[in-house]
Design a protein around this ligand. Sequence first.
Ligand SMILES: Nc1nc2c(c(=O)[nH]1)N[C@H]1C(S)=C(S)[C@@H](COP(=O)(O)O)O[C@H]1N2
Ligand SMILES: [Mo]
Length: 407
Amino acid sequence: MTQPISRKNLSRLRTWLFSPPERLRAGPLRAGAFPSPLRSVRLTSLLGVALGAAFAVCMVTGVLSHLIQHPPGWFVWPARPAGLYRFTQGLHVATGLATVPLLGAKLWSVYPRLFTWPPLRGAGHAAERLSIAVLVAASLFQVVSGLLNIAHWYAPMPFFFTTGHYWAAWLAVGALLTHVGVKLPVVREALRHPAAGNTDRHPAAGDVGRRQVLTGVAAAAGVITVATVGQTFRPFAAVSVLGPRRPGDGPQGLPVNRTAAAAGVRDTATSPGYRLVVTGFGHTVALSTDDLASMPQHTAVLPIACVEGWSAVGTWSGVRLRDLAALVGADPTRCEAVVESLQAGGRYRTSVVASSHLAAGDTLIATGLGGEPLALDHGYPARLIAPNRPGVMQTKWVSRITLRSTR
Ligand SMILES: Nc1nc2c(c(=O)[nH]1)N[C@H]1C(S)=C(S)[C@@H](COP(=O)(O)O)O[C@H]1N2
Ligand SMILES: [Mo]
């Protein structure tokens, strides 16, 4: 039989939790254990506002990227402007990278609070501390997993990056909204009265130091941005020393994310037996590379915009996807296309082209790049290239296209 906790024991527990014995107050728990005059409520507030703004941009662009890749029924992503995804995803990665120094400085400015005394003042205080623990953990997880992903370093992530990064973002948002709700009055007060938040006895000296901290953090964020944004913003390509990819590097002037060898398609892609199968609505046609070459040819100048933040523009040539759809009698405005690769497995072996993109005249099954036949690593003999679309959905080594009705 379980004994209900007696009233007396409950009150003992409360006393112990909310006013723990003074002798535990040692080391970092001592009063005045963190004497730095640089920390202040105002500094933390300013860093918090900057971090909040970066997080908001990162979240919105991230959710957008997720919706485009996993579209729910109500979501329609247009084919125009052709470079919009390139911009939003570039912004997602750039703001994510800029949060590294901001988050570091913010955590530095508040970490003495880990050791506040008493650790818990009541149930409300406990809930607030828990929400901060979630916020810190989720924020660090987002920044670190994002960095690992753009570095292609998956060993420390025993989960699928995209799923983990997506769900942890919602944890961070929930905790962040709670945090902002609790702290808004404090932040307002600190920003309205510059001197009010000072914790030191020498406000002038502290102010100078704090300004230097802020300048340093802003400079670090600036350097990181300038040193990486060249991966998507061409004028900065020359100084993109920290960007993992550079537009211009790679066969035909374009980076390669997965090579033909890595995808295991070297033999099938170069085999004379290659056929592009177009099927749907009771019809199937199988096209050789010569058949593709004898169809009307079109050219489109479009970027590959990888979710990892790099992008590069190519001049693609080949046949319109909608012309291929017409071979089986499909009406592009009422259909979508499932595009499959020669690649046998892997997450990116197939993608769906919605009607909005299928109907666009610059959605191509490309066979050429920059006036040459497509390089094997860029998807020879044929790859999908469409406007305003994440790189992961620009399927290479296409072998099968299935048209199906959307209504
Ligand atoms: N079949 C197949 N197509 C694919 C991929 C893949 O792994 N397999 N990777 C995609 C990703 S993530 C990107 S960013 C682009 C890159 O195209 P590129 O290598 O020609 O630059 O190809 C896409 N197409
Ligand atoms: Mo990608």
